[in-house]
Design a protein around this ligand. Sequence first.
Ligand SMILES: Nc1nc2c(ncn2[C@@H]2O[C@H](COP(=O)(O)OP(=O)(O)O)[C@@H](O)[C@H]2O)c(=O)[nH]1
Ligand SMILES: [Mg+2]
Length: 327
Amino acid sequence: MPANLPPQYFEAEKRYREAKTLEDKIQALKEMLAILPKHKGTDKMKADLRRKLSQLMEEAEKRPKKGGRSIDYIKKEGAGQVVIIGPPNTGKSTFFKLLTNVDTLIADYPFSTINPTVGMMPYENIQIQLIDLPPLWENTESWIYNIIRYSDLIIVLLDMESLSLIDDFLKIKDLLGNKKIRLVKENPDKDPYAPIKEIRGIVVINKIDLINPLEMKEEIDILREELNVYFVSAKEGINMEEMKRNIFHELSIVRVYTKKPGFPPDLERPYILQRGSTVVDVAELVHKDIVKNLKYTKLYTKDGRIKGLPIEKNYEIKDEEILEFHI
Ligand SMILES: Nc1nc2c(ncn2[C@@H]2O[C@H](COP(=O)(O)OP(=O)(O)O)[C@@H](O)[C@H]2O)c(=O)[nH]1
Ligand SMILES: [Mg+2]
């Protein structure tokens, strides 16, 4: 054990030893790794911690995901997983129900939702998974944070009628921060070993049928500095169609189609990739042999404006483009 480890290291180690769930163990290990000073004397320790961490992360991946008591992780389906969080009674379940058509308890008393409810939101030719959660507030149970931690996008749903929009938001931000989850507008850090998990987040302010957003302009401008802000009325269905497009856009994904030479593309089943992915990334997703043998690629667009344009392997694909691989 090398000397001069900071006290925070031992605190994290203690939390590691006392952790009761896999997630808490993983989190504590990540923090130990991040705190560990970088010098020769800690190289071996670092390697040991990383090995242990990889083991636990693998274990978490393999754990049964359906049935049983394990609600700490909801299996991802569709093009992305989006969680809806917020204070009690802001309209989370109403919002969820309108987008997914899945029934969930909607009630005018707080804390009506006690289990996660999962539903699929259709958007054009894809499906996006939404999760309705109990309110994020004091005493929120830790499994809820574990579900949030694995999501691709967080919707912070606030209530236009609240007289404390900013405080509501800051409270949610703090609660997440305590669990080492950070909301970011774009480009989340993707390092799986990072001690703080960054996830893309947006603010959606509900119940604009009751109060005009213009009345809260100053508060909203402050929120805008943190995250993108959208306005809806889930109950009256205002801006809800646009919301689907916004959710798709905020997930930062692209749809790509492939076609065989001489055949039309299959526009029903797009491949889903992160924005910024290249031709090679698509090829890898389709079949690894394609990457090995790829001679050239031609680009098409749905509107027919581009037909068979040769493109480089590192060409960055855009939403709804069509690729024709030649091997
Ligand atoms: N006026 C108005 N009421 C809403 C809206 N959305 C939800 N509500 C009401 O707010 C209350 C709480 O809704 P619910 O979806 O259960 O909130 P949750 O606790 O955040 O899941 C219910 O009485 C809803 O009918 C809205 O857009 N406008
Ligand atoms: Mg609810």
